[in-house]
Design a protein around this ligand. Structure first.
Ligand code: PLP
Length: 447
């Protein structure tokens, strides 16, 4: 498959380059030249297939031209060692729980899949070069991404990961998920804020001397190998609802969104033929996409801190991919594109007060404990579902990841799953770093 850039000014790439580079030379996002439809028989049979088998079919449809069949199957099965159940919350509203992976975050699937795909390509390259050059992944995190990427890449040989995080700005539970791992994972505690971490990573990619010294890549959520595997979740959800006897053509999928990678994967699924009637993008107070739906104008702004902090994004990267998809690679006018997008996707935006109120109401009425991100999705369905429709919202994080907030809002003392507790028992190890690039560079030059 050939991949083109959403900015249209970079040469086409193959999958290997799109995965290793992440971003095209013109700073655009890579898009496949074609998205193949899956055959009707697959959709007819889907309800009888396992999550893993469904995912393999989807992965093969998308990556099959570029990855050996056996390797791809191994990769998918290794990535999906957990379930993603749909749980009935009330009549016609289901939670699609995406938090049963290793770090209890939906980002686990993309992180692991990308780690294994990168390893697959490096091995091929190493055979040709007969060299042993480690690939170094740099990732800046405000919490969730770092833990998913660190755990996804843990123990994958040939790859070393540096996780940069702002000192004192991530929760203790999040911090222990990437500082206690050891092996090929190094945590770097930056004396600064998240933006400083991101600036250090960007400077490193641009520094010629450093790039001669070591092979650098990113595990950003704009990477094709990181966002696309999230589509597996949506195929599985439709299959499970079909097994429960629901008409798949009535399904409304509601996705709490920040950088719009997750919903973008669902839209790619829709392009592959997944029968979803319509989508809702649920936002916290960061409402640029919501405003775009209302006005047709996209006006990025600085992000606002909210209760649902993994969605605090003021300029969602994957918006470029959505625009490109529905403008048919810029062949439609902005008005036609806006029309195509609004006929399939609607939006919602909620304040922190509304999020907290929704969590309390849902807990009181149904007993289901929402996390602040899932709460945006649940509320958007409650407000937007029409008669005859079946609503599914993504519960993107386990509520225990935000235990302090959730307990304060609901007056509960929710249990921390064993998997999280295990991380908390580990020994914290990190490298202290200033926010000056010269210090970070000097450190990397010694590695
Ligand atoms: C990353 C994340 C989101 C937002 O997902 P996007 O793909 O960036 O839209 C929502 N909820 C949680 C818990 C997350 O970690």
């Amino acid at each position: 498959m050939k991949y083109y850039s959403t900015n249209g000014k970079a040469p086409q790439a193959n999958l290997e380059k799109a995965v290793v580079k992440g971003l095209a030379e013109d700073r655009g996002l890579y898009m496949p030249e074609e998205i193949y439809k899956l055959p009707k028989e697959f959709f007819d049979d889907m309800k009888d297939l396992s999550f893993q088998d469904i995912a393999y079919n989807v992965a093969s449809n998308f990556f099959g031209e570029d990855v050996d069949e056996d390797a791809l199957q191994d990769l998918v099965f290794d990535t999906l060692s957990f379930d993603c159940p749909v749980v009935k919350v009330e009549d016609n509203i289901y939670a699609l729980e995406l938090f049963h992976g290793p770090t209890l975050a939906f980002k686990d699937v993309g992180a692991r899949f990308m780690a294994r795909l990168l390893q697959y390509f490096i091995r091929g390259e190493r055979k040709e070069e007969k060299g042993e050059r480690t690939v170094n992944v740099l990732v800046a995190t405000s919490g969730d991404t770092g833990s998913a990427v660190a755990n996804g890449f843990l123990g994958v040989d040939g790859i070393h990961v540096y996780v940069l995080y702002p000192k004192g700005k991530v929760s203790p539970i999040q911090e222990c998920q990437f500082t206690t791992l050891g092996k090929n994972i190094t945590a770097i505690e930056v004396d600064g804020v998240f933006d400083d971490c991101q600036a250090l990573v960007k400077s490193a990619f641009m520094d010629e001397e450093l790039n001669r010294h070591m092979k650098l890549t990113s595990a950003n959520s704009i990477n094709v190998a990181r966002f696309l595997p999230q589509a597996f979740y949506y195929f599985n959800a439709v299959a499970r609802l079909a097994a429960l006897g629901h008409q798949t053509s009535d399904i409304v999928m509601c996705v709490p969104s920040g950088n719009f990678g997750n919903i973008c994967s669902a839209l790619f699924g829709h392009e592959m033929g997944l029968p979803i009637k319509r989508f809702i993008a649920a936002n916290n107070a960061n409402d640029v996409f919501y405003k775009y739906l209302q006005t047709g104008q996209y006006e990025p702004k600085a992000s606002i801190q909210t209760l649902a902090n993994a969605m605090d994004v003021g300029d969602p990267s994957n918006f470029a991919r959505i625009l490109n998809l529905y403008s048919k690679n810029n062949t439609l006018s902005p008005e036609e594109t806006h029309q195509a997008i609004t006929s399939l996707i609607s939006g919602a935006t909620y304040s922190d007060e509304q999020i907290a109120e929704t969590m309390r109401q849902c807990y009181a009425d149904t007993g289901y404990v929402l996390d602040p991100h899932g709460a945006c999705g649940y509320r958007a369905l409650k407000e937007g579902l029409k008669p005859g429709e079946v609503g599914v919202f993504c519960e993107t994080a386990h509520p225990a990841k935000f235990k302090e907030k959730v307990d304060a809002i609901l007056g509960t003392d929710i249990e921390i799953p064993e998997r999280l507790q295990a991380f908390m028992k580990g020994q914290k190890q990190s490298v202290a770093m200033s926010k000056d690039f010269s210090d970070f560079k000097a450190y990397l030059m010694q590695q």
